[in-house]
Write a protein that binds this ligand. Sequence first.
Ligand code: FAD
Length: 281
Amino acid sequence: MTTLSYEVFPPNSTVGINHLNQVLTSLRDLSPDFISVTCNSNTKQLAHETVRVADYVENDCQVPAMAHLPAWYLSREDVDRILEQLRVCHVDRVLVLRGDERPKLEKKTDFAHASDLIAYIKQNYPDFQITGACYPEKHPESLSMVDEIQHLKLKVESGCDQIITQLFLDNHSYYRFRELCAIGGIDVPIIAGIMPVVNERQANRILRTSAVTVPEKFKDILAKYHDHPQALKQAGITYAIDQIVDLVTNDVSGIHLYTMNHSDTARQVKQNIGSLFRVCC
Ligand code: FAD
């Protein structure tokens, strides 16, 4: 059965926290398979909010939570402390990442690549389910797609139970990547990360920062509706729904929706495609 899950990020203000609690309550009502909580804070208390929100998801919302852990900014002691905290909250899923350069944060030296932290958790905390990240159109630092697949294979062999993709707007990228993974002997579920684009700012950020192919159809939507926020939102959600229908029809392992803390987007997607997820392969 295809899974449906959501990503949220911890807010950095009281208003944001109250809003996120409402978002999580709405997401809970959509019966997701799990909700993942990012870790992007720029403070020393790096994973504090991630653990707090994961605890809320797992225990108040009664939805399985997955905590993101960026390897570059965590020492072995940090990881031990965080995993013990997660255990106390009964959270046993982690999404292990390397992280990106952050000028305000001091890099630790224990884990150079995501695979190093994955191997550490696998060996010392075998009760945790481990997920890794992957890039259907190549991570910007990988020299080639061969490089990408070789490093991904190493990462999966270090202990991943599944992997989640970076967002993509062209499903052919996902299908090509899935084939390359199969050829390379990577046989864990590859969950598709989908981001419904609901405003111009978000669209521009994707165009500017992520190395994803932007199909003409998507550019046409932006060109036509950029001055009409409501129409752009509706077109963006419909575009994501089209992607999901195609992916589920083609036996994707799961859909992970980057909600950007917008529960109404997740609700609209679920209302339109909910029954697809009940059809067995
Ligand atoms: P890695 O797997 O370590 O790969 C990074 C690069 O190094 C790749 O080019 C890879 O080919 C190369 N590489 C890997 N292993 C080796 C090796 N042994 N030798 C040489 N090169 C190697 N960031 C956050 O800070 N917080 C988050 O919450 C967060 N959530 C994310 C969720 C998802 C689903 C995704 C896709 C990304 C997320 N990120 C997050 C961003 C992520 O941290 C960055 O994309 C980062 O640049 C790479 O992370 P990674 O885990 O894929 O790294």
